[in-house]
Design a protein around this ligand. Structure first.
Ligand SMILES: Nc1nc2c(ncn2[C@@H]2O[C@H](COP(=O)(O)OP(=O)(O)O)[C@@H](O)[C@H]2O)c(=O)[nH]1
Ligand SMILES: [Mg+2]
Length: 400
C-alpha cells in the first residue's frame, strides 16, 4: 500500500486565518471562521472532462467512477447509445455536487478538428481531461491530446475494455499467455503513439470499466491525486468509489487531517456559556459522523444500493460491520457513550499530542472536550475504514 503522505489540505494562509480568529476574535467569530473553512473545503469545485470516441466507454466510466454499480441507477449516464448531443453533459457526484464529470461529445468524425472541438466544449472550465480509447490508437486521439497539451491542460489516457483484449489473447495463445505482458504491451503501444505525437511523457492507464478496481485503477488514482492542488486532491479522494483498500485508506488519511477542526467546533460550543450551544456541539459531531459514514458507503441507503447491485442481502453486509453508528440511529446518546470511552485516552493525549495538531488555542486546551472528540473522530474513521474494507471483501467475495 502506498504510504506516501498526503500533503496538508489547509494552506498556510488558512492556518493563519484560524490562528488570528482564535487569538483576536470572540468565540462566536472563531466558530464562524472554522465553519466557513470546513464548508469551503467541501465545496471546492472539481470539473473533469471525459472524452473519446463514441462507444469507447465514456458514459460507463462516468457511472462507475461516481460509484454507481449499474447503469440503471437513478442519475446514471445512458450507456450503449449513439451520441446525438454536441453539448457536454455534466454528471454530479452523488454526495459532492460540486464534483462534476462531463460527458463530452464523441471525437470520432473523420473531419474532426481538435481545436474547434475544445473551443466548443469550453475547455478552460475543466481541471483536467480524461481521454478514453477502447481499441486501436487513432490519429484523432493524438490531435486531441496535442491540442489539450498545447492549451496547458492535463490529460490522462485510459485504454478501456482491456478485459476483452485479455480474453482474446488468452484464447489465442493459451500456453504463452501472460496477463501482465499483454497489459504492458497495450500500455506501451498507447504511450509510444502519444509520445510520437509530441505530448511529452503521457499518463496511460489500462482499465476494464466493468471491473474498475482491477489493473491500473490504484495507479491512476495515485497519479491524479499527485497532480492536483491539495484542496482539490482532498475532494477528489472523497469522491472516489470505495472499490479498493487503497482508496479507503486514503479517505481515512485525508479526512483525519480535518478532525481537529471538527473537534475545535465541538469544544468551542461546549465551552460556550449559553447552554443552547451545548447541543450544537453534539450536533456538529453527529453531522460529521453522518458525512463520514456516507463517504465510506456505510449509511443505510448506500448499503441497500450496494447490496441490490451485487445481489446480496443487506443484512449480510451489515453482519461484517462493527461500528455502533451503523446499526443505531446517530443521536446524542450514542455520541456521548463514544465520547466517554475516549476520556481515559484523552488525558494522555492532552499531554503528549499537542505538537501534532497545527494550532491549539488556549480555549481548546482548557478542557478535555477537544481531545475527547478529536480522539473519538479518529477512532471512528479507523472503524469505518475497517468496516468498509469488510463490506468490500464481502461484495467481491463471489464476483471475482
Ligand atoms: N467489456 C467491456 N465493455 C465495456 C467497457 N467499457 C464500456 N463497455 C461497454 O461498451 C459499450 C459502450 O459504452 P458507453 O459507455 O456507452 O460508451 P460511450 O459512447 O463512449 O459513452 C457499452 O455497452 C458498455 O457496457 C469495458 O471496459 N469492458
Ligand atoms: Mg455515452
Amino acid at each position: 500500500m502506498d504510504t506516501e503522505q498526503i500533503p496538508e489540505i489547509l494552506s498556510e494562509e488558512v492556518i493563519q486565518e484560524i490562528k488570528t480568529a482564535l487569538e483576536n476574535k470572540t468565540l462566536t467569530e472563531a466558530i464562524e471562521t472554522v465553519n466557513g473553512i470546513l464548508t469551503d473545503i467541501e465545496n471546492v469545485p472539481l470539473n473533469i472532462a471525459v472524452t473519446g470516441e463514441s462507444g469507447s466507454g465514456k458514459s460507463t466510466f462516468i457511472n462507475v467512477i461516481r460509484g454507481l454499480d449499474t447503469d440503471e441507477e437513478e442519475g446514471a449516464a445512458e450507456t450503449g447509445v449513439v451520441e446525438t448531443t454536441m453539448e457536454p453533459t455534466p454528471f454530479s457526484h452523488l454526495q459532492f455536487k460540486n464534483v462534476k464529470f462531463w460527458d463530452l461529445p464523441g471525437i470520432g468524425t473523420p473531419n474532426f478538428k481538435a481545436d474547434d472541438y475544445l473551443e466548443k466544449v469550453n475547455f478552460s472550465q475543466y481541471d483536467f481531461f480524461i481521454i478514453i480509447a477502447s481499441e486501436r490508437f487513432k490519429e484523432n486521439h493524438i490531435h486531441l491530446a496535442r491540442a489539450i497539451h498545447s492549451m496547458n491542460k492535463k490529460f490522462y489516457f485510459i485504454r478501456s475494455k482491456v478485459d476483452v483484449d485479455l480474453e482474446s489473447s488468452r484464447r489465442r495463445r493459451s500456453k504463452s499467455f501472460d496477463e501482465e505482458n499483454t497489459l504492458q504491451q497495450i500500455r506501451e503501444n498507447c504511450s509510444e503513439s502519444l509520445r510520437d505525437g509530441g505530448v511529452g511523457e503521457p499518463h496511460v492507464f489500462v482499465l476494464s470499466l466493468l471491473d474498475l478496481h482491477k489493473y491500473d485503477f490504484n495507479n491512476m488514482q495515485n497519479t491524479l491525486e499527485k497532480e492536483l492542488a491539495s484542496h482539490k486532491r482532498h475532494i477528489l479522494l472523497l469522491s472516489l468509489p470505495n472499490i479498493t483498500l487503497q482508496v479507503l485508506e486514503k479517505k481515512r488519511e485525508t479526512l483525519s487531517k480535518l478532525n481537529w477542526l471538527w473537534a475545535f467546533l465541538f469544544s468551542a460550543y461546549s465551552a460556550d456559556t449559553n447552554p443552547g450551544n451545548h447541543t450544537k456541539g453534539s450536533k456538529v459531531l453527529q453531522v460529521v459522523i453522518e458525512k463520514h459514514l456516507n463517504i465510506f458507503g456505510l449509511d443505510n441507503r448506500s448499503l441497500i444500493r450496494i447490496a441490490s447491485a451485487f445481489g446480496k442481502d443487506v443484512n449480510d453486509l451489515k453482519s461484517v460491520i462493527k461500528s455502533p453508528f451503523v446499526s443505531t440511529e446517530i443521536n446524542q446518546g450514542v455520541i456521548q457513550t463514544q465520547l466517554t470511552t475516549s476520556v481515559a485516552k484523552s488525558r494522555i493525549l492532552a499531554e503528549n499530542f499537542l505538537s501534532y495538531i497545527p494550532i491549539v488555542g488556549n480555549l481548546i486546551t482548557r478542557g478535555v472536550s477537544f481531545f475527547r472528540s478529536y480522539l473519538m473522530l479518529g477512532d471512528c474513521l479507523k472503524e469505518f475504514t475497517e468496516d468498509a474494507t469488510n463490506v468490500l471483501r464481502k461484495v467481491l467475495e463471489d464476483s471475482t
